[in-house]
Design a protein around this ligand. Structure first.
Ligand SMILES: NC(=O)N[C@@H](O)C(=O)O
Ligand SMILES: [Mn+2]
Ligand SMILES: [Mn+2]
Length: 448
């Protein structure tokens, strides 16, 4: 063993990597990285067919029949890649490639396969199928990890069915409050979380989800590959985005109740219209966001429902769901307070009752780990791929994995930055570049 050789010693001190092991195996790996692009594209296309809406749109909601079929599809691919597969009580799925020092904390990667109504086939999916292919790439190159590498399929990154995003990763990160809340959580059809989970084969004999919580130090690093969901990389012709921070998301549920009544017979001065209260609040959300004076503040009313929802009946109830985000948590919280104030002012002015103003989640932003950013930058450089540092305005499971593990994210370009709609698209070349950077980054992190 060549530790006696002073020059080698310094290199090891300098890089912190055991020279012989790292550089040689990484450089060998580097030269042998080949992505099976056609197979990967076929898998993306096949998975997109497991949808409750017609192509090119994809709709795949948590614990539905299509979701269960898609989960089976992923588990098969994990097994085909020689990974040992396990699932937890809410359906987070783990595929493990054992390392030659299994007692060390593993390196993890992963994303989600659930898709909001009428969305595209790349959001989340690239980070799951791409992660499995990244392991295939490393295996093909003859690389042997020291730390185990795990691919995670996170349950319900999208908030569609039970109104809370990143349900699986929040629980992995020790979401006590969420575990408690899920005992009484129902979806829009009044189906309980546990009934739905059991119909999909999860949460068999228990509703105590504390065993989903990850033990501290389970992972030494977590890296997620994802489409940018913005136009920057495509516009600037850059291949790889290295995420330095993830914006802080929050969501609010609001309900107004008024008197309702006949659209013809009730005169305007005698109305307490819950629908107009909702409309006024929606515009107030936009105003308060713009008042922040920062381009980084955003606010969306993505759900606005009126009851009874009849053209000739004055809305007696209205339901809004508000999504507001910012990379500056303080600035976002000021917006939330302004929205709360407006809701009660509007209710008073219009003589309707503010029957609910509930903050569903109000999460802090997350910062990527410096050493992982360095590993992603070095991997991109090693692969001669242009790259830039950027922030994520969309949230991801990484936002919560950052609570229990050093975190990093790799972005790839997507067509016009489209996402959450059927026109969402990333080329297989861009996806393959992302898979290579992910593979090399996982290799570097797994020999640390
Ligand atoms: N990445 C992504 O689309 N996450 C969403 O759930 C979101 O709303 O940001
Ligand atoms: Mn999404
Ligand atoms: Mn996503």
């Amino acid at each position: 063993n060549n530790h006696e050789d002073p020059t080698t010693k310094t290199m090891e001190d300098f890089s912190g990597y055991p020279i012989h092991e790292s550089h040689s195996c990484i450089s060998n790996t580097l030269s042998a990285l080949s992505v099976d692009a056609q197979t990967l594209q076929n898998q993306i296309d096949e998975l997109s067919s497991l949808s409750d809406t017609p192509a090119p749109s994809v709709t795949r909601i948590l614990y539905t029949e299509k979701d269960v079929l898609a989960r089976r599809f992923i588990k098969n691919l994990m097994r085909l890649s020689g990974l040992s597969v396990r699932e937890d009580a809410v359906g987070n799925i783990f595929g493990r490639w054992e390392g030659h020092e299994p007692e060390l904390a593993a390196v993890a990667t992963g994303s989600h396969i659930d898709a909001i109504p009428f969305s595209g086939k790349y959001d989340g999916v690239v980070g799951v199928l791409g992660a499995i292919e990244a392991i295939n790439v490393l295996k093909r190159s003859g690389f042997k990890p020291k730390r185990a590498i795990e691919v995670i399929l996170f349950t319900s990154e999208e908030p569609t069915r039970f109104g809370i995003g990143c349900l699986g990763s929040r629980l992995l990160a020790g979401g006590e409050a969420l575990a408690k809340a899920l005992k009484t959580t129902v979806d829009g059809q009044n189906i309980s979380f546990f009934y739905a989970a059991r119909s999909a084969g999860y949460a068999k004999d228990q509703d105590d989800l504390s065993n989903v919580f990850l033990k501290k130090g389970t992972y030494s690093a977590f890296v997620e590959l994802h489409i940018e969901q913005g136009p920057i990389l495509e516009e600037e012709g850059i291949s790889i985005g290295i995420v330095t921070a993830i914006a802080a998301p929050a969501s609010i549920k609001v309900e107004f109740e008024g008197n309702g009544g006949h659209a013809g017979a009730v005169l305007m001065p005698n109305r307490n219209d819950a629908g107009l209260a909702a409309a006024e609040l929606a515009l107030a959300v936009e105003r308060h966001v713009l008042e922040s004076g920062s381009i980084d503040s955003v606010g969306t009313v993505g759900i606005l429902e009126l009851h009874p929802g009849a053209i000739n009946s004055i809305p007696s109830k209205s339901h809004l769901e508000i999504d507001t985000r910012d990379i500056d948590e303080g600035r976002r919280n000021i917006i939330i307070e302004k929205i709360r104030q407006s809701a009660s002012t509007i209710a008073k002015n219009r003589g309707v009752r503010l029957s609910e103003f509930k903050i569903i989640n109000q999460d802090p932003p997350a910062l990527s780990e410096k050493s992982i950013i360095e590993a992603m930058k070095a991997s991109s450089a090693d692969l001669n791929l242009t790259h830039k540092l950027m922030i994520s305005r969309a949230y991801h499971d990484s936002l919560f994995m950052a609570r229990v593990s050093p975190m990093g994210m790799i972005f790839i370009p997507c067509y016009k930055g489209y996402s959450h709609k059927p026109e969402e698209f990333s080329s297989i070349d861009d996806i393959s570049n992302g898979v290579k950077v992910l593979a090399l980054t996982l290799a570097k992190l797994s020999i640390q």
